[in-house]
Design a protein around this ligand. Sequence first.
Ligand code: SF4
Ligand code: SF4
Length: 113
Amino acid sequence: MAKKGILVDMHYCSGCHACEIACKQENEFGVGLWGIKITEQITEKPDTDRVHFDYIPYFTPLCNLCAERIASGEDTKPACVKHCGTACMKYGDLEELAKEMPEKPRSILYSPR
Ligand code: SF4
Ligand code: SF4
């Protein structure tokens, strides 16, 4: 079977944290344990009083791409992908997802070892 992964187009990530919560509920992770974390980067815009927010997803070593959820047939998508607030996450074959990266220059591709 082809190796799977998740592609996140950060350009459309709103920082809603729905992925974090969906993952915690799916995996029943306790306090301080996460499969995915959203970090916030704030950049001051030069010569203005405005700032720019970037939200950067980080998959932790606890993420196994919802292996049990997918294997059981409960769903075809990992919990985080299903509940992403802007549908900027995509689950699929790693090689196919990698081909989309040139069109999504602010994207990250994750696959567990
Ligand atoms: S794929 Fe599953 S385990 Fe990995 S971050 Fe998403 S919800 Fe959590
Ligand atoms: S659910 Fe989607 S839009 Fe919301 S923080 Fe996670 S990756 Fe970003």
